[in-house]
Every structure is written in C-alpha cells, then in structure tokens.
Design a protein. Structure first.
Length: 142
C-alpha cells in the first residue's frame, strides 16, 4: 500500500512579492516626479511678500518669458507659446470648468511691465475676478 500524502491547503497570502513591487513603484515615482514639472524658464522678480495659500486644485499660471511670449501651465502644450486670443479663450474655458481656481501671472523680471499688464487684462477679460502675481521670495537673494 502506498501512502499518499496530501498537502494541506494554505489559506494565507504571501505578501512579500507585493511589498517588493510597491517599493519599486515608490522609488520610480520618487525619481520621476521632479522631472514631470513642466514650464517655461522665467526669472521671477524678487519681492518681500506673503506666501500664497495652497489649495487642493493646481492653480492656473500664465507665464511670460523674457521675449514677452505667453504660456499656460495647463494643457497638452505647456511649453508652446500662445497668442493673446488663444490665451484668453483657454483661461475662459478653464474658468467654466473650475470657477474657484486661482489664477497667477509669472512674469520674467526682464519683460516690459506693459506685457504683464496686457496678460492681466486678457485674464480678466476671460472672466477671472482676481489675478495674483508670483515673485521669488526675498530670502532667495543669496
């Protein structure tokens, strides 16, 4: 007579491989997250001002580079310059989707003041009630 040994069914899940996968994913996201920030290189003017309150939504940021070209941080082509009409239309569309979204202007410190005012006027024509200006903190003077 041969004896057959039956294995007892194990009712536990081995979670070690899942932990390994999660740690690998964590490292990948930690490395790639800083690379995902898109934008246009803008040298912000320095000013002694209060920090902006953080909200749960990403703010809408209109950037103006040294050459005076407009850029919008939301959309597929965040690094593509926009003309005035397209900028106004996109801001208005975003405002319809998210009426409480904060809107800021990042102007390079070498761009003429008139170009920043033009951007603010376009944004307000799109229906934004208030526009903030982004600056570099005075602590960064070093």
């Amino acid at each position: 007579m041969s004896r057959r040994h039956r294995r007892k069914v194990m009712g536990e899940i081995n979670v070690v491989p899942y932990i390994d996968v999660m740690l690998v994913l964590l490292v990948i996201f930690m490395v790639t997250a800083p690379m995902l920030t898109q934008g246009v290189k803008v040298e912000l003017p320095q000013a002694d001002s209060n920090p902006v309150e953080q909200s749960s939504e990403e703010p809408l940021v209109v950037s103006i580079n040294r050459e005076g070209k407009f850029f919008l941080n939301i959309g597929g082509e965040a690094d593509e310059p926009l003309d005035a009409q397209t900028l106004s239309l996109r801001v208005a569309a975003m405002l319809r989707l998210h009426p409480k979204q904060a809107v800021y202007v990042r102007g390079d410190d070498q761009v003429p003041y008139g170009r920043v005012v033009e951007a603010m006027a376009l944004i307000q024509q799109a229906g934004v009630p208030s526009v903030g200006l982004l600056t570099k903190p005075a602590d960064d003077l070093k």
